[in-house]
Design a protein. Sequence first.
Length: 119
Amino acid sequence: MKALGCFVLAVTCAWGQSPVQRAPARAANIRNPMEGDEKARRAGARLFARECAECHGSNREGYGNAPPLRRTEIYQAPPGALFWVLRNGSLARGMPSFAHLPEPQRWQIVTFLGTPGFP
């Protein structure tokens, strides 16, 4: 019975974390190959508008269950953690996987998300 209680507590705590916080450490250590690339940031903004804005808002303000992405947690997140979230999604939060996008396009979205001050 004690083991079941610990399991329930662990699951409850995990659900309280954002998908970025749940990214494994090995993912967080992956560097963004497009970091600082303005062309990649602009391409990421277009991809975000096409793939993400329906749920997260055109200005990253969030809608319903989709959290706002104009937050320090996102701007300061390790790029590899953001990439991991895009690849894996978050079923508990209703976010689908974006593994259907080629890897370079996912990195472009990560480049856009890591840039504060851009709509």
